[in-house]
Every structure is written in C-alpha cells, then in structure tokens.
Design a protein around this ligand. Structure first.
Ligand code: GAL
Ligand code: ZN
Length: 711
C-alpha cells in the first residue's frame, strides 16, 4: 500500500526531558511533577523554509498554542551534504530558535530519503521491486531494507545526529526513519535481500532438510541442495511456493525491524534521556509486522489522515463510495491498533491531517468541525498527544498539495482556528486523561501470518484479510463496543470475547491460547477458513478447522468459493432475523457437538450448517462459516457480543462513535458525531461535560461533527 490506502517509563523519559527549565514551563499549568508534558505540536520543516522565517514561525507556533515540533526527518541532504561531512549547525540554530519559544523538539532520523550523492555513489542500495525493476532514487523510501551498506550509512547518520544533539536543550526525543510501511513498493527483491533471506532461512531452519520439508519442495522439483539456490519470489513461470513466499514476507518484515533496531541501539546509548519512537500506519499498511516494529521503542506513533480514506473511498477501481461509517471505523481501528500494539500504552499521533491533503490530487477540504472531531477521535482511542501535519504548506516538491496550518502564502488556513481551539481544549483535559487507559471488553485478532498467507493465496480473489478485519471491527464499532487488537498469542483472560475473522493460519501457540481462553469461560467468534494452514504454510493434515476442531465442535463438510452464483443463509434461535445472502465464501459445517444457528438455503448444501455455537469448557465458540454482508455481519456479531454480557458504553445512532478512557475511579466517555447531521444521544445519568464545563443529562443533541466528553 502506498499513499492509498509511553511509555516504558513514560514518566521516566519525560521527567528527564522536562528537567530543562525552559521546557518545564512547556507543560500544562497544572501538571503534576511526576507526569509527562503534554505533546501538542506540529510537524515542521526548517530545511524547506527560508531561515529568515524561522523566528517568525516559532513565535507564531507559540501563539498558536503548540509546545513541540517534529523536525529533520527528511533533511539528510543538509545534514550530510557530502559523505562523512556533517553539518548540524543550521539544525542547532533552528532548535535554539524553537526552544526560545518553549517548543520541545522531536528529531527524525532521515533514513527514509537519502541524498542523491549517496545513491549515485552506492547504487546497490536501491530497492528492486516485485517485478525485478530497480526503483529510481527519485521520491522517497526507495532503498533496500537489508542492504548492509545502506544500514551502516543510516546508522552513521543517526550517530552523528545523536552525538550532536544528545545534550542540546530542547530536544526531548527521536523518531526513527519515517513510515516503514508506506511506499510504492512494499518489499525489496534485490540480491542483498536474496542473500539476507538465505542467511535468515539458515538460522530459522538449521538444515535444508527442514526447509525442504516445510516448504514441500518435492512439488515442481524445487528441492534445494544448497541455501545459495533459494530464490526470492520474483515473477517466474508459475506462482511461487507458498511456504517460500510467506517466509519471504516474514523476512522482509524482519529486515525492516532489524534496520530500525540498529538505529535504536545507537540512540539509546548516546541519548539515554530521550524517548525514541517511530511513526507508522499499523495493520492495514501491512508489509512490516507492527508488533515487532514497535517492540523495543518507547511508544507507538501513528500518522492519521482520514482524508486519504475519503479519496480512496470515492476513487478506487470500483468508483463506488465507502459508507461513512466504514471510513470513521477504519480510522478508529488504526487508533485501537496503535494503542494495543504495546499492550495499551498511550500513543502519539505524530502526524495529523490539518487541511486538504494529497500528492497529485487533493482530498476534500475537511468540513467545519471534522478536524476537531478527528483529533478527539484519536484521543478517545488512547492518544496522549497530537502533532499536526504540517505547520506550513510547501510551495515545492511532491507535496505542494498537502495543506498545513499556513497556506502557500503563509496566511492562516481554513482549519487554523479550529485546530488552535481544539489544542486548547485537549490540553484542558490534562495529563491524567491523556495518559489514562482504555478498557475494552473484547479483542479482535490481527495476525500477520494469516494476513500474508491470505494475500499469497486468497482462495477467491475478493478474499482480503484487511477487508475482513475492517468489516468485523466496523460491526463492533457500529455497536459502540470498545475493542483491543491482539495477535492471539498472549493471555486473553481480561476479555469476554475474542473475534478472529479469516484466521487462515493457526499456530500451535495460538491454538493453545484460544483453547485456554474458551476453556476458562471466554467466547471465541471466528469465521471462514479457520485453521486451514499451519505456521509453515502447509495445509493442515487434519479435518478442518484443524487444530481448533474440538473447540469449535464442527467439522467442515466443504469450503466453497462463491463467484457469480449465490448462497442464502437462514438464521435460527439466538440469531433469528431476516434471511441473508452469502457472497465470496461459504464454509459448510457439520456439527459434532455444536448447535446450529444458521443454515444455507440453496443448492447442494441447502439445510447444512452455516453458523454454529459450541460449548467448550466454561466458554463457547461460534463459527461463522458464511461470509455475510456488512449489515448482517453487524447484526450477528453484536447479538453474540450482547449474549456474552458485553454492553455498549452508551446507546447511540449509527455514525456516532462512543469510546471511554479510564484512570482509577475517573472515566472520560467521548461521544463523537461523524455525520454531517445533528444527532441525539440519550444519557442514562447526569454527566459533567468537559469541553463546555456544564452538566448534561437526558437527551443531548450533538451538532454535525459535534464532540462531547462526559465524565
Ligand atoms: C505521511 C508522511 C509525511 C507526509 C504526509 C503527507 O504519511 O509521513 O512525510 O508525506 O504523509 O503525505
Ligand atoms: Zn533488497
């Protein structure tokens, strides 16, 4: 996917950062001495701005109300104009000017875009795309993730920066690289990657025998007799071996994570008082495993551009529009993932849309109220701070169309006032709210093996892992149910329900985790293709659904890709309701110990089970064999959640989002109207409303895109 589609010791790192007397005053007035400063900032480009404007910019930012900036992540050309010749004087000057206005600085390391001298001198660092074509060093993110030389050059650059800024007043943290997963070509297929892959396989498998067995290289005479024979999945005279392809996706993710960690080691050593993060879009931009990418950094940072969703919702190949709910819920999913990936730690929005967005085309101008709504949405789901992208709007370069808070002529943008007011309001929530936790009663599984294996062999071309996860998430979002994202390998006992669509690959560890979860009283809800493959990417040598057959209490009669023909679904008992259609896929189920909640109505499988429920241990397991349309899916998932005792925080109309954060006895319930119409919400008790400071009860009406924070 390209443009389309803390705190380990939060207090620790930040307290050190706020030892600086100027920055201490950056913190909100009532900040307790042991808390973190509030991070409301902008992304800023002194490297793209005439020096004569730096002071004015810093003064205006202070007036605007922000207290930090993120800078330098695309300034390699200026920081190392020739190999080994570093120039940080300009950047120090910029940091000093910003600090004089009480701006804390997050520095970005620039490995996402090396300068032309580097790619000219070392052309071997360039990425090779999935068609074997060397990518031109023209845009950004065109380098190979495994190339040792490029990694050394990146580490040397980060080391130079770290040495120069380790004790520079004003600097509080680092962003490593920029968006590891958002680029035109998601994976590299160069010779360096091929050699790296072979090395990685040697470590993973130990012997060629094990590799040959796992991949099943007996098929099409692919038996490897030396690791150096192993190819990468470039175009050939037939599809690649699926085991090889899955391992290659894993290896590419590993190479990116390893390159981040090399910079991390240096920054940790040289800048022990600074926090370190990286900004990315998790899950749906899926070339790097986000659980691994963020494992060792201090907190997750995420770049939030709801406008992209609008562009792609309306453009796309089909020319059809995505429903509004799906856009809002997809953004919510990204936020929930950003919070969940590090076990619920508050995350930072490193970049937040602040106007019309786009590279060659513009996204729509956000309606009045939407910029504010999107900021509150991020905070509702666990953000501790937000940087707006970007301060000004570039008059040159690939993102001339990407509107910041100042227009091309440096006049205030249409959203300027709204964002300034939002920042004041959000600061007013205070550090306790911004660092509070988000308690979800249910979890949704996102598993990269299942994702990648499905991409390699979708079974039916319309089967897409990200789509299924988004649809299931969207159903729960529509039911106003808070959701954590998990990979189903950790202890799940705090959840009432685990939802896991399209879990095509099930590892032994996941099978154990899920079996224990259900055995101990949890409710497991899953869908078609469950457990068809093992972690080696072989089809399991068991009746489906494989390792979880006893938990589900069913055996698959057949799995059926659906193309132009139709299949109908008739619901009964718990799920009673109007008949539905099943498109794309149908797993036909034979209940062993399970009860039947829906049957197919057409063709050879009419009357056979489509949805089942099995009691297992103290819990239960639901199998949705039929791939339902979103409205039917929403109904079914919400009935199951309700039957498991999951209650929405508030009852609200579709398009109104509800999310709750908690700290001790305190809670903040965010009510967010994503629609352009007024919406009413009925409250069961009286609340204090944080933005207005008033008390609210009974039926309240939210204006279009209106926001309320209830405590
Ligand atoms: C982000 C990226 C920024 C800028 C922004 C607008 O994803 O990190 O550098 O490109 O999008 O396109
Ligand atoms: Zn490569």
């Amino acid at each position: 996917m390209d443009r389309r589609v803390f705190l380990k010791s939060a207090t620790g790192t930040f307290c050190l950062a706020v030892a600086d007397p100027v920055l201490r005053s950056v913190a909100a007035p009532a900040i307790p001495s042991n808390a973190v400063p509030l991070l409301f900032g902008v992304d800023y480009y002194p490297d793209q701005t005439e020096e004569s404007l730096w002071e004015q910019d810093a003064r205006m930012m202070a007036e605007f109300g922000v207290t930090n900036v993120r800078i330098a992540e695309f300034a390699w050309s200026f920081m190392e104009p020739a190999e080994g010749k570093y120039d940080f004087a300009w950047l120090h000057k910029s940091v000093d000017i910003l600090r004089a206005q009480k701006m804390a600085v997050i520095l970005g390391t620039p490995s996402a875009a090396p300068p032309p001298w580097l790619s000219q001198k070392y052309p071997e660092v360039l990425m090779v795309n999935d068609h074997g074509m060397t990518v031109s060093p023209e845009g950004r993110r065109f380098t190979c993730p495994s190339n040792k030389l490029y990694r050394q050059l990146s580490v040397a650059m980060a080391t130079g920066m770290a040495k120069s800024f380790a004790s520079t007043p004003g600097v509080i943290g680092w962003q490593i690289d920029n968006e590891y997963t958002l680029q035109t070509f998601g994976r590299c297929y160069c010779n360096s990657c091929r050699a790296g892959f072979q090395e990685w396989l040697r470590a993973r498998y130990g012997s060629l025998d094990a590799l040959n067995k796992t991949w099943g290289t007996a098929f099409w005479s692919q038996v490897y007799t030396d690791f150096s024979q192993v190819p990468v999945p470039l175009p050939s005279g037939g599809p690649p071996n699926p085991g090889m392809a899955l391992d290659y996706y894993r290896y590419q993710s590993h190479a990116n994570v390893a390159s981040l960690e090399e910079q991390l080691i240096v920054l940790r050593k040289l800048c022990p008082n600074h926090f370190i993060t990286t900004n990315n879009v998790p899950l749906l931009a899926d070339t790097v495993n986000a659980y691994d990418l963020f494992a060792k950094v201090d907190f997750v940072s995420y770049d939030n551009y709801p406008g992209f969703a609008s562009i792609h919702a309306q453009g796309g190949d089909s020319g059809t529009s995505l429903p509004l709910d799906l856009i809002a819920s997809t953004i919510a999913l990204m936020h929930d993932a950003s919070r969940s990936i590090k076990g619920g730690k508050p995350f930072l929005v490193m970049e937040e849309q602040s106007g019309k967005a786009g590279q060659p085309t513009f996204s729509p101008q956000p309606d009045k109220g939407q910029l504010k709504l999107w900021s509150y949405q991020a905070v509702a789901h666990g953000a501790m701070g937000i940087n707006y992208f970007r301060w000004d709007t570039a008059r040159f370069g690939a993102e001339e169309y990407w509107h910041g808070l100042l227009n091309h002529d440096r006049a205030k943008s249409p959203g300027y006032g709204e964002v300034a007011q939002t920042i004041q309001e959000l600061k007013g929530l205070g550090p306790v709210a911004l660092n509070s936790s988000y308690r979800a009663d249910v979890a949704l599984c996102f598993d990269y093996d299942a994702d990648w294996a499905t991409a390699i062999q979708p079974g039916q071309p319309k089967v897409k892992y990200g789509t299924e996860v988004s649809l299931w998430y969207g159903s729960l979002w529509g039911g106003h149910i808070g959701v954590d994202i998990v990979d189903a390998t950790q202890n799940l006992s705090r959840y009432k329900v685990l939802f896991a669509p399209l879990l095509y690959v099930v590892s032994e560890r996941q099978a154990r985790t899920i079996r224990d979860f259900v055995g101990n009283g949890g409710v497991f809800v899953t869908g078609f293709r469950l457990g068809a493959k093992d972690s080696g990417s072989q089809i399991v040598n068991l009746p489906l659904p494989g390792l979880l057959r006893d938990v589900m209490g069913v055996t698959l009669v057949d799995y059926v890709p659906i193309y132009s023909e139709k299949q109908g679904v008739k619901f009964s008992s718990l799920l009673s309701g109007p008949d539905a259609e099943c498109h794309i896929w149908a797993d036909v189920l034979k209940p062993e110990s399970a009860g039947v909640l829906a049957t197919y109505t057409m063709g050879d499988y009419a009357g056979q089970a489509a949805i089942t429920k099995n009691g297992f241990g103290k819990g239960s397991a639901f199998y949705l064999g039929a791939r339902l349309d979103p409205a039917d899916l929403g109904r079914v998932l919400n009935i199951i959640a309700a039957s498991a005792g999951v209650k929405p925080a508030l009852q609200a109309a579709s398009g109104v989002e509800v999310a709750t954060r908690r700290a001790g006895e305190s809670s903040w319930t965010f009510v967010l109207n994503h629609t352009s119409r007024p919406q009413s919400v009925t409250l069961e008790k009286a609340y204090k409303e944080q933005i207005s400071g008033g008390t609210v009860s009974g039926t309240i009406t939210l204006e279009p895109y209106g926001v309320r924070v209830l405590t």
